[in-house]
Design a protein around this ligand. Structure first.
Ligand code: FES
Ligand SMILES: [Fe+2]
Length: 341
């Protein structure tokens, strides 16, 4: 079960070119491509003639040409040319999906196109602002997307799963969090004062003594998560708002269901220090990827133990408050979508 009426990350803009790309989103086969004039588009990846995947065809000018018998499709899904035939039947078309490029991300709308309002795309300005340097990446996850969203809203796993990367101090396992319900999301966060810095942040920020560390997670339905995280030298005023002795990172996580048991995972660290520095970019790209691989590893094991990502029948603990609120909101959205109009 998926929420269909929502914007999902289809691809990083930088990864979307003229070569058609086959992707499955929410169980539907989609082809992504960019026309010669630069318009990005998403069509059903199934030709209306004999069902060949359009992703095995090619972009010519402003259309995508099926590789089997050469039917030509415009970005709105209409067939605009049939070789050797003048009449084009009205039914000769494939579904087209709204696709909008914003914040370096191509966002797709898998639900009712009449409801696709680009103003509802979450604001993620750090992904393409000159005041931040972003290091985007992609992971494929063999687990239900909800397990990854649970994971991102759960800060206590950091102390166990990320010991080698972003865990620094054993007290992280027991430091309480504060959860807040938003209109269409959930926020959870905490401050950790005078803590040992985690290895990756110690390296990035050159910290040799304890730090004041913050973690503030925002999840917006259906699948956009961003964390305001960082550390500053202890006692330099970060909790009061002065982060000048610290490093700040927006850790962005865009999760798109592929099937009930697999997901696309677009991740990105965007930093406000050493802007454009390739050594720092490599450290943070490699470090963030290694960190999120640690999540992928446990989530795939977890998926193998639960059907379709369900947590029904399992025991909840206090630290699960944010993920339980998120799941409740998603359930309400799914029920509203499946209710008769
Ligand atoms: S299957 Fe696409 S043109 Fe025939
Ligand atoms: Fe994690």
């Amino acid at each position: 079960m998926f929420v269909k009426n929502g914007w999902y990350a289809a691809s990083w803009v930088k990864d979307l070119g003229e070569k058609p790309v086959a992707r499955t989103f929410l169980g539907e086969k989609v082809v992504l491509f960019r026309t010669t004039d630069g318009k990005a588009a998403a069509l059903q990846d199934r030709c209306c003639h004999r069902a060949a995947p359009l992703s095995s065809g090619e972009v010519i000018g402003e259309s995508l040409v099926c590789g089997y018998h050469g039917l030509r499709f415009a970005t709105d899904g209409r067939c605009v040319e049939i070789p050797g035939q003048k009449e084009i039947p009205a039914r000769a078309r494939v579904r087209s999906y709204p696709l909008v490029e914003r914040w370096s991300v191509a966002w797709i709308w898998m639900g009712d196109p009449a409801k696709a309002d680009p103003a509802k795309i979450e604001e993620l300005p750090w992904l393409d602002s000159p005041e931040w340097t972003a290091t985007p990446g992609y992971l494929h996850l063999k687990a239900n997307y909800q397990l990854l969203i649970d994971n991102l809203l759960d800060l206590t796993h950091v102390a166990y799963i990320h010991r080698r990367t972003i865990a620094g101090d054993p007290r992280e396992a027991t430091t309480p969090t504060k959860t807040e319900r938003l209109d269409n999301g959930v926020k959870v966060g905490r401050w950790m004062i005078d803590f040992v810095p985690p290895p990756l942040f110690a390296k990035a920020g050159n910290f040799t003594t304890n730090v004041d560390r913050w973690q503030h997670v925002t999840w917006k339905a259906p699948a956009t998560v961003y964390l305001d995280v960082g550390c500053a030298k202890t006692g330099t005023g970060a909790p009061e708002g002065d982060r000048s002795q610290g490093i700040s990172i927006w850790a962005t996580h865009l999760v798109t269901p592929e099937t009930e048991t697999s997901s696309h995972y677009l991740f990105c660290f965007a930093r406000n220090f050493k802007l454009g520095d390739p050594t720092m970019s490599k450290l943070l790209y490699d470090g963030s990827k290694a960190t999120f691989m640690e999540d992928v590893e446990i989530l795939e094991l977890q998926q193998a133990n639960v059907a379709g990502g369900s947590i029904d029948g399992l025991v909840d603990i206090t630290a699960d408050a944010a993920q339980l609120q998120a799941r409740r909101l998603m359930r309400q959205m799914m029920q509203a979508e499946s209710a008769p109009a």
